[in-house]
Design a protein around this ligand. Structure first.
Ligand SMILES: Nc1ncnc2c1ncn2[C@@H]1O[C@H](COP(=O)(O)OP(=O)(O)OP(=O)(O)O)[C@@H](O)[C@H]1O
Ligand SMILES: [Mg+2]
Length: 409
C-alpha cells in the first residue's frame, strides 16, 4: 500500500478512536483538504503568472506617457513633389541630443554635402555617426539649421522628410508580414518591379524558392532571414524607391565579404546619381568616396577628399589608416590615389553634369559666405553656440539657395 494511503487511514483511525469523530466525516474532510491544497497551489501559480504578465501592461502604460513626437502630417511647409531633387544637405550650427534631458551628442556641426556626392563617415565608436543620421531623420528635434535642397528639415512634416530618404540601418528589422509588404509597404510597385529589385541584390533566387514567393510571411523582426539578407531587403527597397538620398549605417559590419562587395557595387551603379552617406567600419568601403567626414566626440573635425586627408600625416584619418596592416594600408592609399586622380581628370575635362556643377558652385557660395569651414569650427570658442545660432537665424543665404534651386529647376 502506498505511504500516502497508509497515512490517510492512520489519520482516520486516530480521529475516530481518540477524538470520537466519525470516520466518514474525517475521510470527507481529508479528501477536501487534498483537493483544496491542489487548488491553492494553482492559485499561487496563477497569481505569480499574472504579476509577471502585468509588466507588459505597465510597459504599455509607460509608453502612453511618453512625449509624442510631432505628428507625421503636421505640415508646415509644402515640399515640391520631386523634393529632394538634388540631395544637397547643409548643416549650420547643428546641435543634437537624443532627449532634451540628455547632453548634446553632436555639437556645432557645419557642413555642406553636395548633390550626388558620396560621403564616407568615420570616427571612433560613440563619436556620433549614428546620431547624425538620427538628427537627419529627426528622431529627436535637432537644433541649428539643417536643410535638404534648401528647405529646413524642421519645417517639413515628418512624413515627407522620412519618406524621401532611404536608409539601410546597421541592424535592419523587417516587419511581420509578407516579403511584398516589406519591400513595398504602400503597394506602389508591380510584381515585375519587385522581382527586378530582388534580382539586383541577388535575392531573387532565395525568394522564388520560398513556398509562397513574394507572399511568404516573415516572422517577427524578419528573424527567418539572416542579418545580411535583411540588409539586402532594405537595399532592394531603396532601389525600388530610388530616393535622392541614401544613408547606410555600417551596412557592411554584419555581412560577409561577398555580400559586402555586392552591396558596394550595387550602390555604385544604382545610386550613381544620388547623394550617398556611408557610415563605415571598414575603411576600404569609403576610400573612393568623394569626401570623408571624420567625427570625434560629436564634432566634425575633418571633411575632405580621402587622398588629401592622407597627405596630412597629422590628420585623424591618416592616423586611422596608419593603424591598419601594412598590406591593407598600401591598398587603401592606392584606392584613394586612383579615385582622386580619376575624379580630378574627370572634373578637368569638364565632364561634371549640370546638377553637380551647380551644387559645387552653391556649396562654395554657402561655405564662403558663412566662413564656417570645418577647420574653423575648432578655432571657434566653446561658448560660441549662441553666436552660431544667431548667425543661422540672421542668414539670408536660405533665400539665395531657394533662388538658385529655382533657377536650376
Ligand atoms: N538612443 C540613444 N539615447 C541616448 N543616448 C544615445 C542614444 N544613441 C546614442 N547615444 C549616445 O550618443 C553618443 C554617440 O553615439 P552614436 O551611436 O551616435 O555613436 P556612433 O559613432 O554611431 O558609434 P558606433 O561606431 O559604435 O556605432 C554616445 O555617447 C551614446 O551613448
Ligand atoms: Mg553607430
Amino acid at each position: 500500500m502506498p505511504a500516502k494511503d497508509t497515512m490517510f487511514y492512520l489519520v482516520i483511525l486516530h480521529a475516530n478512536v481518540l477524538l470520537g469523530v466519525s470516520a466518514g466525516v474525517v475521510g470527507l474532510a481529508l479528501t477536501y483538504a487534498k483537493v483544496l491544497t491542489g487548488g491553492f497551489q494553482w492559485c499561487v501559480r496563477q497569481s505569480a503568472e499574472v504579476e509577471s504578465l502585468m509588466t507588459s501592461v505597465e510597459r504599455v502604460q509607460e509608453y502612453t506617457r511618453l512625449d509624442q513626437e510631432t505628428q507625421p502630417n503636421d505640415q508646415t511647409v509644402d515640399v515640391p513633389k520631386d523634393w529632394p531633387k538634388y540631395g544637397i544637405i547643409t548643416a549650420e550650427g547643428l546641435y543634437y541630443a537624443h532627449h532634451n534631458t540628455l547632453p548634446y551628442v553632436l555639437r556645432k556641426m557645419n557642413f555642406c554635402i553636395r548633390a550626388q556626392e558620396k560621403v564616407g563617415v568615420v570616427g571612433r565608436t560613440g563619436a556620433g555617426k549614428s546620431s547624425m543620421i538620427a538628427a537627419l531623420f529627426r528622431l529627436a528635434e535637432p537644433e541649428g539649421n539643417v536643410r535638404i535642397d534648401a528647405i529646413p528639415i524642421t519645417a517639413i512634416s515628418l512624413n515627407d522628410l522620412r519618406s524621401n530618404m532611404s536608409i539601410i540601418p546597421q541592424d535592419p528589422v523587417l516587419f511581420s508580414g509578407s516579403i511584398r509588404r516589406n519591400l513595398d509597404p504602400f503597394n506602389q510597385y508591380d510584381d515585375s518591379g519587385l522581382w527586378n529589385a530582388l534580382q539586383e541584390v541577388q535575392l531573387k533566387e532565395t525568394v522564388s524558392e520560398l513556398p509562397d514567393g513574394l507572399d511568404t510571411k516573415l516572422t517577427e523582426g524578419g528573424s527567418n532571414f539572416s542579418v545580411g539578407q535583411r540588409q539586402l531587403v532594405c537595399l532592394a527597397r531603396a532601389i525600388l524607391k530610388h530616393d535622392k538620398i541614401l544613408i547606410i549605417d555600417e551596412a557592411t559590419a554584419n555581412v560577409d565579404h561577398s555580400t559586402d562587395a555586392l552591396i558596394q557595387e550595387t550602390i555604385r551603379t544604382k545610386f550613381k546619381c544620388c547623394t550617398v552617406l556611408t557610415i563605415a567600419h571598414r575603411l576600404n568601403t569609403i576610400m573612393d568616396s568623394d569626401r570623408v567626414m571624420v567625427l570625434d566626440e560629436g564634432k566634425l573635425v575633418e571633411f575632405e577628399e580621402p587622398y588629401l586627408l592622407l597627405q596630412n600625416k597629422d590628420s585623424l584619418f591618416s592616423n586611422m589608416v596608419e593603424h591598419t596592416s601594412q598590406h591593407l594600408r598600401t591598398n587603401l592609399y592606392e584606392t584613394a590615389r586612383q579615385a582622386y586622380n580619376s575624379r580630378h581628370e574627370r572634373n578637368g575635362d569638364g565632364e561634371l553634369d549640370t546638377c553637380r556643377k551647380w551644387s559645387n558652385a552653391e556649396a562654395t557660395t554657402v561655405e564662403q559666405e558663412r566662413e564656417l569651414e570645418p577647420q574653423q569650427q575648432e578655432a571657434d570658442n566653446e561658448d560660441g553656440f549662441d553666436d552660431v545660432l544667431a548667425m543661422v537665424r540672421g542668414s539670408s543665404s536660405l533665400e539665395k539657395e531657394k533662388l538658385l534651386l529655382e533657377s536650376t529647376a
